[in-house]
Design a protein around this ligand. Structure first.
Ligand code: NDP
Length: 419
């Protein structure tokens, strides 16, 4: 029996909330709070009578720490699930600390305006020290480690699929399959087709910033940075087929390098079709991905926000998306002195997700792990205090929960490796 405050009511939150309502014995009370309260009310109305979970709604601007504090004080939750945007991570963490409540999110902090001088100075220093320049990293949230430990609270970071489940797969491989892991390749394949010339599967701002950043990977104890989309491989994915995939910077590489220090190389690949890449390059070249406001006919406009308004809402892709996702990790390493390879992954069908929770698989594969992560914290399976990423916790109950609630694992002990 627990009370949970969910902040955000977009594509991912919709799935997480619907899944929480399937487990009412744990999620007995939920408050859905977001910037636009009407979206929370609409979801609450859809769920009314279909779940034993008691749902309330609230309006909150999570950029304002005092508003989040006031809401937490009013609602008195056991856990705050931040499923808004990465821009709100720090304000919500501050509010949780002020109120003595556990925290979790699905993506690491990044600033809304990357030209903001104070942030930019810290960013440039960080780039020099660490050797990668993608602007999403754990520095900001790891700075809260001592505060959460001292307060006896847990902050669970990045509990979606990637980051999230991919790190649980790494912890599982380390616990059950290997004595030492040499290499990790994280492969994120979306074989879905929504029929639009161009659309993003989750928040367009966050998604386009992620894929247009320089790529990087971890090798022999340091970062290797490459121009965006300059390393391409082909892979034949189970139940999806042959796809082109590109090496990207991805946040879990940073925490995995710290938590599994023996690993010699960690890479992250995501599949993209040629049409997506051509559209993205064009938008970038004309300045539509910029976060810097411009003056247009007497109005201040942020180009990427304007683009977001033009693109299809990711939440609307559900009914039109067909095909499957396949996301997982390929490992090489040693067990009992012998070389070994191992692949663990999940295959998820867009239309099956839509039938169950009225969403496509990208939101589903993020929202289900968010619910399962919350379940781990609320049922006392994950109790470590401080600020932690998923690979720092016991993967077994989490993977069991994912098997049960819609994202079952598949395995291969003889996978084709990525060169
Ligand atoms: P959406 O844009 O669909 O939803 C974001 C929600 O947050 C909206 O309800 C929005 O409200 C709300 N919001 C935005 N700003 C504020 C604010 N200041 N105060 C209160 N609420 C706010 O995003 P998604 O659902 O696609 O993504 C949610 C999160 O999941 C993101 O952080 C994303 O990066 C992450 N993600 C993680 C993945 C993983 O595998 N780990 C994969 C995919 C996404 P409004 O309706 O008013 O705009």
């Amino acid at each position: 029996m627990s009370k949970v405050l969910v902040i955000g009511c977009g594509g991912v939150a919709n799935v997480a909330i619907r899944k929480c309502c399937q487990v009412s014995e744990v999620f007995s009370e939920l408050c859905i709070a977001s910037r636009t309260k009407s979206k929370c009310d609409q979801l609450a109305a859809e769920l009314a009578g279909k779940t034993a979970t008691k749902i309330t709604t609230a309006q909150v601007d999570a950029d304002k720490v005092e508003e989040v504090i006031a809401l937490i004080k009013r609602y008195q939750p056991d856990l705050v699930m931040n499923i808004a945007l990465p821009y709100q991570d720090l304000t919500i963490m501050d509010a949780c600390l002020a109120c003595g409540v556990n925290y979790m999110d699905t993506a690491n902090y990044e600033p809304e305006d990357i030209e903001e001088p104070e942030w930019k100075a810290a960013y440039e220093k960080r780039c020099k020290e660490k050797g990668f320049s993608a602007y999403f990293d754990y520095t900001w949230q790891w700075a809260y480690r001592e505060k959460f430990e001292k307060a006896g609270l847990t902050a669970l970071l990045g509990c979606g699929f990637d980051p999230g489940v991919t790190q649980a797969y790494c912890a599982y491989a380390k616990k059950h399959e290997f004595d030492t892991i040499d290499t990790i390749d994280i492969l994120d394949c979306n074989g879905g087709d929504h029929g639009y010339p161009f659309a993003t599967n989750f928040n367009p701002e966050v998604n386009l910033r992620e894929v247009s950043a320089p790529g990087s990977y971890w090798e022999d104890g340091h970062w290797v940075e490459i121009p965006a989309m300059s390393i391409k491989r082909e892979y034949n994915f189970d139940q999806v087929g042959q796809k082109d995939m590109y090496l990207l910077h991805h946040e879990e590489i940073e925490s995995l390098a710290e938590n599994i220090p023996e690993v010699k190389r960690i890479r992250f690949f995501m599949t993209f079709g040629q049409s997506y890449l051509t559209h993205m390059k064009c938008l970038e070249n004309v300045g539509m991905l910029s976060t810097t406001p411009i003056e247009f006919e007497g109005h201040q406009i942020v180009p990427i926000k304007f683009l977001k308004a033009l693109l299809p809402d990711p939440a609307s892709l559900g009914p039109r998306t067909h095909g499957k996702t396949n996301i997982g990790c390929i490992f090489t390493g040693k067990k009992d002195g012998k070389d070994k390879t191992y692949y663990i992954y999940n295959v998820c069908d867009h239309q099956e997700c839509y039938k169950e929770v009225a969403s496509q698989a990208i939101s589903y594969t993020t929202g289900v792990p968010a619910m399962c992560g919350a379940l781990m914290l609320l049922t006392g399976k994950w109790t470590q205090k401080g600020v932690h990423t998923v690979e720092e916790f016991d993967p077994d109950p989490f993977l069991d929960a994912l098997d049960k609630y819609g994202l079952p694992r598949s395995e291969s002990h003889d996978p084709v490796l990525v060169d």
